[in-house]
Design a protein around this ligand. Structure first.
Ligand code: HEC
Ligand code: HEC
Length: 209
């Protein structure tokens, strides 16, 4: 339900990206070992403050964490996203996080992206979570918005917030690697069969050999 509402909300906004576009070409074959190495890099990105600050759980509170914030803490000014995950019941995120691209260079100004800011779905709770926890969430269609690795890769391409995360400005640390490298890793991990360290492999329905 929440996913449907979010997806509809996002569809109403411009779906094109400023800046670089991404190539989505899955490799033909990837070993489990290389898939796990790709996952380790995906985890570095997912657990990075530029991503995890919005990927929080039931608290409904975005986080302020990363070197530019000092000690990690919940978003200031008593911001609360509510069940809507976009602050509809309180002060809407878009009151402050709206498109004014030039302001992104001002330290401590609200990040501005041409897309409505809101928390990620509660199922995609990554803040402070382990590699195994995020890995098993992200490969589970019941918890990831029904996406396979190709859908995840094109979501990454279309989401302007992700483009911002690698180029945040205002003295904020960018997410590690770059968007294309991250997309390539998601594709490699998927082709390898979504291996997760510390969790059993998924049953593969169609034999690949
Ligand atoms: C401004 C808040 C915000 C930030 C920052 C953010 N996300 Fe998200 N994320 C969302 C929202 C909202 C959704 C749900 C969008 C949808 O389902 O269409 C989402 C969904 C996702 C999904 C879909 C799969 C799932 O499990 O829900 C992936 C993958 C994802 N984000 C990756 C990232 C990565 C990687 C970063 C950092 C580079 C990041 N996000 C930063 C808000 C954010
Ligand atoms: C009253 C204005 C205001 C409202 C409303 C607001 N924010 Fe913010 N937000 C800010 C400011 C200002 C910052 C940057 C603070 C800083 O860098 O010291 C920020 C930073 C953030 C960050 C950290 C980004 C990063 O990684 O550096 C996230 C995540 C975030 N807001 C999410 C939200 C969400 C989700 C909502 C709605 C539930 C929301 N905000 C509502 C003003 C606001």
């Amino acid at each position: 339900m929440k996913y449907i509402a979010l997806a509809l909300g996002l569809l109403a906004l411009p779906a094109f990206a400023e800046g670089e576009n991404v190539t989505i070409e899955p490799p033909a074959e990837v070993s489990r070992e290389d898939g796990l190495a790709a996952w380790d890099r995906i985890y570095e990105v997912a657990s990075h403050p530029r991503c995890a600050n919005c990927h929080v759980g039931e608290s409904q509170r975005p986080m302020w964490s990363g070197p530019s914030y000092g000690e990690p803490r919940p978003h200031g000014m008593n911001v609360h996203a509510g069940e809507s995950r976009m602050g509809a019941e309180f002060v809407a995120c878009a009151t402050c996080h709206v498109e004014r691209a030039s302001l992104n260079d001002v330290p401590h100004a609200a990040p501005q992206v041409a897309m409505a800011w809101q928390l990620a779905p509660v199922e995609a709770d990554w803040f402070g979570k382990s590699s195994t926890e995020i890995c098993t969430q992200l490969r589970d269609p019941d918890l990831n918005g029904g996406r396979d690795f190709m859908d995840l890769a094109s979501h990454l391409d279309h989401d302007l917030i992700l483009h911002w995360a690698w180029n945040p400005g205002g003295g904020r640390e960018p997410a590690p690697y770059d968007l294309q490298a991250h997309v390539n890793d998601v594709l490699a991990w998927g082709v390898a069969g979504y291996p997760c360290e510390g969790a059993p492999d998924l049953e593969i329905e169609e034999a690949s050999e």
